[in-house]
Design a protein around this ligand. Structure first.
Ligand code: NAD
Length: 369
């Protein structure tokens, strides 16, 4: 199988971290028999400047045709005052919408070498490996009616609407159960069924799907507020957490903070699997933004982007051995004491983006010897 990969580096540190990720990809091609073709496109501010749109029709065509999209980051001060439809972020939103990427996967993994970087006690986060699956295209961020209206008495009223359908809940729950089977086989489903109708439906539909198709997976239900508390009390109790768009937005950032630096956090957004071809759209991106304060200075940590490639190997290409190898290479570099500025600790060696890339390639070589 030859995979078609679309690289969209974007703005700021996006191209810098993507360049190191591409080196890892090329290494896998040469040394692990990964067969792929690479297309490239502009997105965000770079695309606005060169093509007049945050993502062009041509690039969207490439994205639709690709087996996976690797995305850097978009935005920066140059485009901050642009009108809403000329914002760099529109490029990412369009990709998510047009590819129907409804499942957002945010792992929170604490590498042992970085356990002191967390604000939580090392014994609480050491060995942490959980996956938050957030519904990305429904719920209160999209529900109608929404808006702010003037009332007759001169005050105003704001409305957002939380909406979920059976189909939306079942398809995200199916992703969670399926991925749990590749991990520790446990799913916690978080909602507010004590006070919200969408929460009641969410719990019922998740339970129904579990009974019908995933009895082998251990399922627990948890109220989202308790989930937030448990994440900082004892995050290691969780394996997979599945939740809606709003709660997922908050809980995934909370879980991320358990692990330390934003420069270490990968993510994936997946669409529905085509039952005929088995193809499933996937977009992989670091959680961080374009970091304008350090862009162009060879200071960015490339690990979030490289670990996003590892997610791509796992979820889009089902190359679990290669995914693990890349993660182990990152871990080895950390254990060897190399650090970019964002994760620097006393007694460690400060290096730049390209040196981190060199070290990952060297670690890949030595781990496969
Ligand atoms: P940011 O993530 O870019 O930066 C926050 C802080 O973390 C900065 O101090 C930065 O230097 C540091 N940082 C981030 N990634 C790092 C890395 N890989 N290595 C080392 N340090 C790193 O967030 P921000 O400052 O709020 O936003 C900057 C720009 O990025 C804005 O235009 C924003 O809209 C955009 N943004 C884009 C995305 C995306 O493309 N998905 C996400 C968030 C922010």
């Amino acid at each position: 199988m030859t995979y078609k990969i679309l690289l969209l580096p974007g703005d700021g540190i996006g191209p810098e971290v993507m360049a190191e990720t591409e080196r890892v990809l090329n290494w896998l091609g040469k040394n692990r028999g990964l067969s792929f073709t690479v297309e490239r496109g502009l997105v965000g501010g770079a695309a606005l400047d060169a093509e007049g749109e945050a993502v062009s029709e041509e690039t969207m065509k490439l994205a639709h045709a690709a087996d996976a999209v690797l995305f850097g980051a978009v935005g920066g001060p140059k485009w901050d005052n642009n009108s809403f439809d000329k914002k760099p972020e529109r490029g990412l939103l369009r990709l998510r919408k047009d590819l129907e990427l409804f499942a957002n996967l945010r792992p929170a993994i604490c590498f042992d070498a970085l356990k002191d970087a967390s604000t939580l006690r090392p014994d609480v986060v050491s060995g942490l490996d959980l996956l938050i699956i957030r519904e990305l295209t429904g719920g209160v961020y999209f529900g109608e009616p929404r808006g702010i209206i003037e009332l007759n008495d001169g005050t105003r009223r704001a409305v957002d609407t939380q909406v979920y359908t059976t189909g939306e809940i079942q398809r995200i729950a199916r992703v969670a159960f399926s991925l749990a089977r590749l991990r520790s086989n446990r799913v916690a489903s978080a909602e507010k069924s004590n006070v919200m109708h969408t929460g009641v439906l969410w719990r019922q539909e998740v339970t129904k799907l579990h009974e019908a198709e995933f009895k082998d997976v251990e399922l627990t239900h948890i109220l989202a507020d308790n989930c937030a508390m448990q994440l900082v009390r004892n995050p290691k109790q969780f394996d997979v957490i599945v939740t809606d768009n709003l709660f997922g937005d908050v809980l995934s950032d909370e879980a991320a903070q358990c692990t330390g630096s934003i420069g270490m956090l990968p993510s994936a957004s997946l669409g529905a699997k085509d039952p005929k071809t088995g193809r499933q759209p996937g977009l992989y991106e670091p959680v961080h933004g374009t970091a304008p304060d350090i862009a162009g200075k060879n200071l960015a940590n490339p690990f979030a982007c490289i670990l996003s490639l590892a997610m791509c190997l796992r979820y889009s290409f089902e190359r679990l051995d290669e995914a693990k190898l890349v993660e182990q290479a990152v871990e080895k570099v950390l254990n060897d004491g190399l650090r970019t500025g964002d994760i620097m600790q006393p007694g460690k060696t400060l290096v730049g983006t390209t040196q981190m890339g060199d070290a990952v390639i060297a670690a890949l070589e030595s781990l496969s010897r």
